[in-house]
Design a protein around this ligand. Structure first.
Ligand SMILES: Cc1ncc(COP(=O)(O)O)c(C=O)c1O
Length: 315
């Protein structure tokens, strides 16, 4: 999916042109992966563009930075206000917003503490992450031969760039084996997560997802799905899940900002349920999109209106 440039990027409190957002190759982050970031969706609604779960994402960004002792001169409120301004300035109706905090140029060696902290925030248009049919037809996935980062190695609760080296191995292997995405197991062989998304499954009418201790990112969409399951009266359990549940589950789906709620139709070539999105997945998907599109009232205050755009006679 080639990136589509927008006009402005925010850098340490200033607006710069897209093409000027450049780094020195000897910046600490380039050699040592020292960055934390977020991925946030802004949705088009009748009332204009609105960012989904903005404060929760910015709080996770601040938490990710804290874990790595990155001192931030900006608060959750500062980041949230900047994100709204970013979408307005770039005149977007819907987009993906990416704030990134990185160790910049200035010192050599592994010790990160003397390299400056640089903060950027950009946005661009982003459609369906796993292809145009993924949301309706579901995707084929494989269990990865790569283990998810183990506890007390790289902290999975921090959305750090370095974690995505592991994700890349999982993703590449899946793609090369003809799957759309991989599911990684944790260090003890239990289900962890996809390369960029959390996993849910339905078994005997109960919805399950693995706990934080299985090296998952604490997904905001994961949290959204849990709340929606509660709202819709769907029984839910957070549990350590053995791999083989993937082969006997009635339904499985990915949840994440990029994939939203994407059904999984097969795992390791074993069909999931009837090979199409099951009833629980469909129900959760419908509720999710009704809320993100503004079609249903925002009962949880999950949308932050940005103001401006939506023209073409207000659609
Ligand atoms: C590794 C990983 N797990 C899970 C998720 C889902 O998290 P969220 O729903 O907050 O986007 C993501 C996406 O950011 C991710 O990269």
């Amino acid at each position: 999916m080639p990136i589509q440039a927008t006009e402005k990027i925010w850098h340490n409190g200033k607006w710069i042109n897209w093409d000027d957002a450049k780094l020195h190759v000897l910046s600490h982050v380039v050699s040592y992966g020292s960055a934390v970031f977020e991925g946030i969706r802004c949705y088009e609604t009748k009332q204009g563009p609105a960012i989904f779960r903005l404060r929760e994402h910015m709080q996770r960004l601040v938490n990710s930075a804290k874990i790595y002792r990155m001192e931030l001169p900006y608060s959750v409120d500062d980041f949230s206000n900047t994100a709204c301004e970013l979408v307005r300035i770039n005149k977007m109706n819907s987009c993906y917003v990416k704030p990134i905090v990185l160790r910049g140029y200035g010192d050599v060696g592994v010790n990160p503490l003397h390299s400056p902290i640089d903060v950027y925030m950009a946005c661009w248009h982003w459609g369906a992450y796993l292809g145009p049919d993924a949301l309706s037809k579901g995707v084929d996935v494989g269990v990865s031969s790569w283990t998810r980062i183990a506890p007390n190695t790289l902290p999975a609760m921090s959305k750090a760039a370095a974690n995505y080296m592991n994700s890349q191995l999982v993703n590449m292997e899946a793609r090369l084996n003809g799957f759309v995405e991989g599911i990684a197991l944790d260090y003890s062989g239990h289900i962890s997560e996809g390369s960029g998304e959390n996993v849910f499954l339905v078994h005997d009418g109960t919805l399950y997802t693995p706990p934080l201790a299985t090296s998952i990112l604490p997904g905001i969409t994961r949290n959204t799905v849990v709340q929606l399951a509660h709202d819709l009266g769907i029984p839910f359990k957070e549990a350590v899940i053995p791999r083989e549940m993937l082969y006997i589950a009635d339904e499985i789906f990915f949840a994440g900002t990029a994939v939203e709620i994407t059904p999984i139709r097969s795992v390791d070539h074993v069909q999931v349920g009837k090979g199409v999105a099951g009833p629980v997945t469909v129900k959760l998907q419908a509720e999710f999109f009704a809320l993100t599109s503004g079609a249903k009232p925002d009962r949880h205050n999950w949308l932050t209106p940005v103001g401006a755009p939506v023209t073409a006679a207000s659609r």
